[in-house]
Design a protein around this ligand. Structure first.
Ligand SMILES: Nc1ncnc2c1ncn2[C@@H]1O[C@H](COP(=O)(O)OP(=O)(O)OP(=O)(O)O)[C@@H](O)[C@H]1O
Ligand SMILES: [Mg+2]
Length: 371
């Protein structure tokens, strides 16, 4: 279990800062547990194997891998494939990543081997580098040369780590790009690749479907929720400076969020604000925080609700009432099955011990509408 620094949540000037963080990548002091998972990532980086990390949305994939890679002191290139718009762009981003590790001046000579010479301009004011390619070239050469450069500049004793976050997005760049990438990557000796993506996306298909070029390409790691005792300690240690009821509040928070990393931090953050700024009674604070979040997201949920068909709506309502999708008699089993599948793929329903609406705040919104 991770120890929390004593001064967490405090600032020297006397005003405390909210000690919970959600929505962005987190590191200490907002990062808890994941001891075993960090060890798995570390071991993978210290091996010749590549790593694939899959979990439902917002379970902490990016935070985990970023932390492990940064702590490893290995050179790395971290790309979010959602920001890559074309194969040219992909190659340019890889090259930019290489220049962050090795200054352009020192590896300039290696460009002699490039079949398409990129135009590289540096901006001395911002220290940034722009890379572009002529538009009509064969794109596989670009990515082959760019990834080839990573391999060349990588030291066998301190291999470069290339993290491709939201990797499923690569499929949208060009037809057969997965085949081309796999052909390049499988020949490389000095690069560790880490692929991240969410369960609802194509990730499972890319790495687990037999016919996919990336079938079993790396060690697969499925990230779970954060264990309850760790999250409990994380919350109470941050609340006990402002309330004497930290244990019971932490229990109620975790009961609502079921240890989902993002929603737990989100709800805890609102609870903390209400305790600290509003001096609210502890008995009601979690319920009030939920009401606040439901109201804040009302418009988004309303819009979202309108996008579901009638069966999906019915299914979501049943799950919110705590019913099993297959035990009820209102919807035929085959229809229930396809609705659940659809809702899971879209990330609205999650299955751990049983099926549940993923977002606890959306769950409350649905319940409120049924009253
Ligand atoms: N180890 C952790 N300890 C505490 N909170 C965490 C931890 N990891 C993640 N979180 C919480 O979950 C949120 C989402 O984390 P992160 O963005 O790393 O997840 P992700 O799985 O990459 O999400 P996405 O599917 O959106 O890419 C963080 O903002 C934080 O609130
Ligand atoms: Mg992420």
């Amino acid at each position: 279990m991770q120890r929390v620094a004593k001064n967490i949540g405090t600032k020297n000037i006397g005003i405390m800062e909210n000690p919970f963080k959600f929505g962005t990548v987190v590191d200490s002091p907002y990062f808890t547990d994941r001891i075993e998972e960090l060890a798995v990532v570390r071991q993978a980086l210290n091996s010749r194997n590549h790593l694939v990390v899959i979990s439902p949305r917002r379970f902490g994939k990016t935070s985990l891998v970023r932390k492990a890679v940064t702590e490893s002191s290995r050179p790395f290139i971290f790309l979010n494939m959602q920001q890559v718009t074309s194969v040219e762009d992909f190659a340019a981003m890889i090259l930019k990543g290489v220049f962050r590790i090795h200054p352009l001046e020192r590896i300039k000579h290696l460009f002699n081997h490039f079949r398409v010479i990129p135009t590289i301009s540096s901006n001395p004011m911002t220290d940034s580098i722009d890379i572009s390619f002529q538009p009509t070239v064969q794109t596989d050469l670009l990515i082959e040369d760019a990834l080839g450069l990573v391999e060349k500049v990588s030291d066998a004793d301190c291999r470069i780590v290339v993290v491709l976050d939201e990797f499923q997005e690569v499929l949208g760049l060009e037809k057969n790009i997965d085949k081309k990438l796999r052909a390049i990557m499988q020949e490389q000796q000095n690069v560790n690749y880490v692929f991240l993506g969410s369960q609802e996306s194509m990730m499972t298909q890319i790495f687990e479907r037999k016919r996919s070029p990336f079938y079993h390409f790396g060690q697969l790691m499925r990230l779970e929720k954060i264990p309850r005792p760790d999250f409990f300690h994380y919350i109470t240690s941050r609340l006990e400076t402002i309330t004497s009821d930290s244990d019971s509040i932490a229990c109620s928070i975790l009961e609502e969020t079921d240890c989902h990393p993002y929603y737990t931090q989100q709800l805890s953050s609102v609870v903390w604000d209400r305790l600290y700024y509003k001096k609210e009674e502890t008995i009601k604070v979690v319920t009030n925080a939920i009401s606040q979040l439901v109201t804040a997201h009302d418009l988004d949920f309303e819009r979202l609700w309108l996008t579901f068909n009638k069966t999906d709506r019915k299914m979501l309502q049943l799950l919110c009432k705590g019913q099993s999708p297959y035990e009820q008699r209102q919807i035929p089993t085959s229809t229930s099955f396809s609705a659940i599948k659809r809702l899971m793929q879209a990330g609205f329903v999650i299955r751990t011990d049983s099926y549940a609406v993923e977002d606890p705040i959306f769950r409350h919104w649905i319940k409120r509408r049924m009253e």
